[in-house]
Design a protein around this ligand. Structure first.
Ligand SMILES: Nc1ncnc2c1ncn2[C@@H]1O[C@H](COP(=O)(O)OP(=O)(O)OP(=O)(O)O)[C@@H](O)[C@H]1O
Length: 653
């Protein structure tokens, strides 16, 4: 499968390696406005023209009072009155156009950033996703982007507009009658000081609230996915209490935010009203002594009142700016996360399928002892792993739980990169291959199969969208997933979230069919058959065995029956492959292997291992999941296949 071109292209926001000051994060999102710049600039121009109309109306009022009203000029009154009305209507129309223009532009910006963010999440390595709660990602991709959109559509425009309005009107007021202008100017100072004082505290609270919203989203997601577990243990109350705690914490932070805003807003309401009282008193005295006209005083007060909203909203707009800076910061954390698994230069893998692991070591990021040292052997999930699999050969990977089998299989398609050593496919290091080339060469079916809220067909063709109906049918047959034909709409049946409406075994079989359908040269099965009953497993293995002749296979096996799919077996102990050989050889010579697959009770009394068996005999006895001492063809009393044909010895589990 080739990765969509969009995923491989760089987002409009260029990732930068180190974290820096927050306001630059918001600026870094501005390039997203580029495709909409014509609309956006028109919208800003219109906003400024309508600001002109807002300022013109009080000036026209002054002209009406000092001119036609004072001189009883009826005609002049009509002319100026109609002009003022025209300006008012124009202002309203311009507001409408501005809103209409801005909605499309900023919605488009939000959509574009969201798409790039999603693409980034797809590219980011498993190590990133291991460290991030999904709710945090969800709240960034949904809430934070909406916050940024609101700022770009509304906040930034009004911030510019209001600051301009405050500066221009204060200038006009000073020009009209400077003593009153100074009073107004003085009233702006405490407001500015308050705004700056609150800004820092508000930013901290905004960030806390946004992070806590991510925690709440994670809580909802986890309880929805884990509903069965919660119900089966009867722990609804416990989960509710935990959620209650998370929501209450969010509530507390929001209340602290509101309290801060309330103090702030009170000040913003009180100061303009006090200023108005002073201006009215001083203005009336100035009119009385003839230093200004009545028209000037009315225009002055009208203009001064028109300052109340821009000044008051300045606080709100600055809060919004803070919030969107925090949101942009959180979004940038994803864009800036390191993508350490990147494309190699080779676009096409060779046709063979020879897989070679040389001295492979792997340590999870952060598992270095905390002091930059290697952290001792326990820090390594895998160490000194050597393994070669020839084209068409299948190796079973056997090991105790936690020995590193899944980690090893994840290294082949580069879900993680090796920490040391190398993995080669047909002689080419997997890091040299482009990711699409590598991932079309290797297909994996996982033990815990994830299915998507899509139709069965879409789920199956995830690795190969162009698969024909015949190929789909073939893959279904290999995976013994014929049950899909009995679903209400067959292959077009939409399966629920994570395929929840299917049983575990059904999901595993679909996951297997999906991997088979991808037609890989290397097929990795990570304990894919663990949820199947022995009979279904036998059927799948028979069909899969035929398919495995043509591909290189690495099959993680916990059960002896699965081992029988393989030509050879590799035993993984504590992150290292200690033995490689046929099943029969390992069974005969390696007590730990026998213990893992057969729970051999002779191990306890120190008896020597059984003699080496013929491979076919061993397969016969183990296909049903039970073990006989030696030489049996189809001997198993437990599952009704008869007694051991040669020795007649007891059949043991
Ligand atoms: N994301 C992770 N971060 C840190 N350690 C991890 C992570 N995933 C797995 N491990 C550790 O790596 C080791 C190997 O895990 P792995 O899943 O490969 O075991 P496994 O052999 O597949 O086990 P099982 O048979 O139970 O599936 C374990 O000790 C596990 O705790």
């Amino acid at each position: 499968m080739t990765a969509p071109a969009r995923l491989r292209s760089e987002p409009a926001i260029a990732p930068i390696p180190t974290r820096r000051r927050r306001h630059t994060d918001l600026l870094r999102l501005l390039p997203y406005l580029r495709p909409y710049r014509a609309r956006w600039i028109t919208m800003v121009v219109i906003a400024f023209v309508s600001l002109g109309a807002t300022i013109a109306i009080p000036l026209m009022t002054k002209a009406v009072i000092d001119g036609p009203v004072q001189h009883h000029d009826q005609r002049g009154l009509w002319v100026l009155g109609t002009a003022a009305l025209g300006v008012g209507v124009l202002e309203a129309v311009l507001w409408f156009i501005r809103r209409w223009l801005v909605t499309r532009a900023t919605m488009g910006v939000e959509r574009d950033i969201r798409k790039d963010l999603y693409a980034r999440l797809q590219i980011l390595p498993m190590s990133f996703h291991n460290q991030w709660q999904s709710g945090q990602l969800l709240s960034r991709i949904m809430n934070d982007l909406s916050t940024v959109r609101r700022f770009l559509s509304f906040g930034v425009v009004f911030l510019l507009l209001n600051v301009t309005q405050i500066v221009v009107i204060t200038g006009i007021l000073l020009a009209m009658y400077w003593p009153l202008g100074v009073v107004v100017l003085l009233s702006v100072a405490p407001i500015t000081a308050t705004v700056l004082h609150n800004q820092r505290q508000f930013t901290v609270l905004s960030r806390m609230a946004q992070d806590q919203a991510g925690v709440v989203a994670t809580g909802v997601e986890e309880s929805a996915l884990g509903l069965r577990v919660i119900k089966s243990f009867g722990r609804e109350d416990y989960v509710f209490d935990r959620f209650d705690g998370q929501v209450s914490e969010l509530f507390d932070i929001q209340v602290r935010k509101v309290r801060l805003q309330a103090r702030f807003w009170t000040l913003l309401e009180v100061i303009p009203n006090l200023t108005l009282i002073v201006v009215l008193g001083l203005g009336a005295a100035a009119v009385g002594s003839g230093r200004i006209t009545l028209g000037t005083l009315v225009a002055f007060i009208t203009m001064m009142l028109s300052l109340v909203w821009p000044i008051a909203s300045l606080g709100f707009l600055l809060s919004m700016t803070q919030e969107s800076m925090t949101a942009a910061d959180r979004v940038a954390e994803i864009f800036d996360a390191r993508v350490d698994i990147t494309d190699g230069p080779v676009d096409e893998a060779r046709a063979g399928g020879r897989l070679q692991l040389s001295d492979v070591g792997f340590r999870f990021p952060g598992n270095d002892g905390g002091d930059g040292s290697e952290g001792g052997d326990s820090a390594w999930a895998l160490r000194h792993v050597d393994l070669e699999i020839e084209p068409g050969e299948t190796i079973a990977l056997v090991g105790a739980t936690g020995s590193g089998k899944s980690v090893l299989t994840a290294l082949i398609p580069r879900l993680y990169d090796v920490t040391e050593g190398s993995i080669r496919i047909d002689g080419t290091d997997v890091r040299e291959l482009s990711l699409p080339a590598l991932r079309s060469t290797v297909a994996t079916a996982f033990e815990d199969p994830t299915l998507f809220s899509l139709s069965v067909r879409e789920n199956l063709t995830l690795g190969r969208p162009d698969a024909s109906d015949e190929e789909i049918a073939e893959a279904i047959e290999v995976a013994q997933a014929q049950f899909v034909h009995d679903l209400p709409f067959g292959l077009d049946t939409r399966i629920g979230e994570q395929g929840m409406s299917l049983s575990g075994g059904q999901r595993q079989r679909l996951s297997l069919a999906r991997a088979v359908l991808a037609r890989p040269r290397i097929l990795v099965l990570d304990d894919t058959l663990s949820a199947l009953d022995v009979h279904t497993e036998a059927l799948v293995e028979e069909a899969l065995g035929r398919m495995l002749h043509d591909v290189t296979g690495l099959v993680v096996a916990h059960r002896a029956s699965t081992v029988l799919l393989a030509d050879r077996v590799a035993l993984l102990e504590h992150g290292t492959i200690t033995h490689v050989g046929t099943h029969a050889q390992l069974l005969a010579t390696v007590p730990h292997y026998r213990y893992l697959l057969a729970a051999d009770d002779e191990l306890d009394d120190g008896a020597p291992p059984d003699p080496v068996w013929d491979t076919d005999d061993a397969r016969a006895e183990l296909r049903c999941g039970h073990e006989v001492a030696s030489g049996a063809e189809e001997a198993c009393r437990d599952c009704g296949a008869g007694e051991s044909t040669e020795t007649g010895r007891e059949v043991r589990r």
